[in-house]
Design a binder for this molecule. Sequence first.
Ligand code: NAD
Length: 459
Amino acid sequence: MKITIIGTGYVGLVTGACLAELGNDVFCLDVDQHKIDMLNNGGIPIHEAGLEEIVARNRAAGRLQFSTDVAASVAHGDIQFIAVGTPPDEDGSADLQYVLAAARNIGRHMTGFKVVVDKSTVPVGTADRVRLAIEGELTARQSDPQQCPVTFSVVSNPEFLKEGAAVEDFMRPDRIVIGCDDTSEGQLAHAMMKNLYKPFNRNHERTFWMDVRSAEFTKYAANAMLATRISFMNEMASLADKVGVDIEAVRHGIGSDPRIGHSFLYAGCGYGGSCFPKDVQALERTAGAYGQELMILRAVEAVNNQQKHVLGQKIVARFGDDLSGKHFALWGLAFKPNTDDMREASSRVLLRELIQRGATVAVYDPVAMPEAKRVLALDLGPTFDQQRIRFAHNAMDALTGADALAIVTEWKTFRSPDFAQLKAQLKTPVIFDGRNLYEPDAMADAGFEYHGIGRSVLT
Ligand code: NAD
């Protein structure tokens, strides 16, 4: 099938590459010329396992092209996926300017039937706004006597991939959610979407068909549920620290109940990324617009904001308010492993806190170092100087002369380090483990002073 993807970011690039891999003819559009040039020169702007190979293979086969040409992109795809960003607006609601700009472009250039798919995470009712934006452009063109009437259908198909496992998730989805309306155009869209996703449903049916608004809502409800589990465990961990309980033991104890399950029950130093923080906020704003307060989500957000300071607070409790003259090692910068994404990463909060209190820091992340340099320069402004933050060559190099190690991202490579070497590199053997990678008893036996999250067991 002929597919256009509008927006070549994490979701758009993975969607485009994977749909090409399945044999579709895919045209990826972006407004960012630099990104398109990089892709056309064989580069990949993001870190995602397996993506580079798929992009290279499908470009070579002529099934995947990258361009900034809007008219050509609209002409190409019978199905037009909108996969642009929906960042938080000033009040926390989803900023739809990029989605609506993409919709207007479609309306401006389309000459035949199109299925317009909202793949971006968008609030309930956005499909109606996309339809109106396209209709507005079509109406403006009606003065053109050459113009035949053209029809379209707007479909909601939210994306559930996880950064760090995006290709795998897209290729083997737990579920595919598609919302169509029941007009004749909606029925045609339903048939075309069913055809497109047929390869994913071979073993068993994974597609949940529903109305458009329910599909839009499903994405927010899913992210809100996951964020809630994390904040719940973080709140339990804070109490565990006070009452002398090991939250990891508790996690096993409750996760084994199938009604609860093991996933997303990890206490840590807060969730980040481009989705949970903004989607929780956007759902709260949607509720507010309808006169409802989402009390649980307000608490989820508050707990998470507080949790991003937990490592800083533990460091201050140990070393004092004034950290001038102190030097720390920081392992992990990305908001989670296997990605270079630094959006809303907990590392940014901790780094700002340490630097503002006068400390120096040596940081290391297996893939996010270039992105971190870009982002930290924006975060820290004039205080960002390479004297205060050193970008280490590797994990062990970061430790040299540090008063303590803080761990923020649970990269696999940090799970089983050579503890003897680790201890020898540090000035004092103190570890603040923001992801509970190690066992307190084993760390004590190895001669470390160990501070986990919710692991202050009274013995
Ligand atoms: P991103 O910022 O990585 O990419 C968005 C891209 O859209 C950018 O390259 C930007 O230049 C481009 N763009 C903006 N306006 C455009 C226009 N008018 N025409 C063409 N291109 C345009 O964003 P992302 O992380 O891929 O997220 C996209 C959407 O998918 C968001 O709504 C997000 O909430 C949702 N989502 C993201 C993830 C994730 O893990 N990142 C997962 C599921 C859903």
